[in-house]
Design a protein around this ligand. Structure first.
Ligand code: SME
Length: 169
């Protein structure tokens, strides 16, 4: 019984009202706690995607992992997505190639945006680095409104990326 209780422990997330930065500040330590006792990357990325989708209501949030010279779809929440993205292609492939966070205010104006959903209007992609400094994943977030993402999202999602990279990189 004790074993079962430990194995099936549920994590309750607590969020009080606040601006976007405040929501991130409340979420990050809870996400850290959520993944602390689980060693499986897929399980942790799945829960992180779910929590971010619930907290912010974005259209699509999820991960692509590097696989040779492509990105391959990982855990996500939202509409059906492309399964593979070549290195350097789309916003995700460019964030991987450049090793930098990319914020796109209007995906329709971006010359190499890959439209997985016609509802997507703006996007942020944050690379996750492993312990050797190589990109192991990208975190991709899409919104159905223009210009949703800014430096605040970049700052806190990069903190989340560090958390993931330190644990699984
Ligand atoms: N828009 C991304 C592709 C992934 S989907 O949005 C989930 C891109 O341009 O790389």
């Amino acid at each position: 019984m004790t074993h079962l209780q430990a194995e099936y422990t549920m994590h309750a997330l607590t969020l009080t009202h606040g601006d976007k930065a405040e929501t991130y500040r409340q979420l990050l330590p809870q996400l850290a706690a959520l993944i602390a006792d689980e060693t499986d990357l897929t399980a942790n990325l799945a829960n992180i995607s779910a929590v971010l989708k619930e907290a912010f209501g974005w259209l699509w949030v999820g991960f692509y992992r590097t696989d040779g010279d492509t990105l391959v779809l990982g855990p996500f929440q939202g509409p059906l997505a492309c399964t593979r993205i070549p290195h350097g292609r789309g916003v995700c492939g460019q964030a991987w190639a450049q090793g930098e966070t990319l914020v796109v205010a209007d995906v329709n104006a971006h010359p190499d945006h890959i439209a997985c959903s016609s509802l997507s209007q703006s996007e942020i992609v944050v690379p996750v680095f492993d312990r050797h400094g190589a990109v192991m994943l990208v975190l991709d977030v899409d919104a159905d409104q223009l210009a949703v993402f800014d430096d605040t999202d970049a700052e806190y999602l990069q903190q989340l990326a560090v958390l993931i990279g330190e644990k699984h990189g």
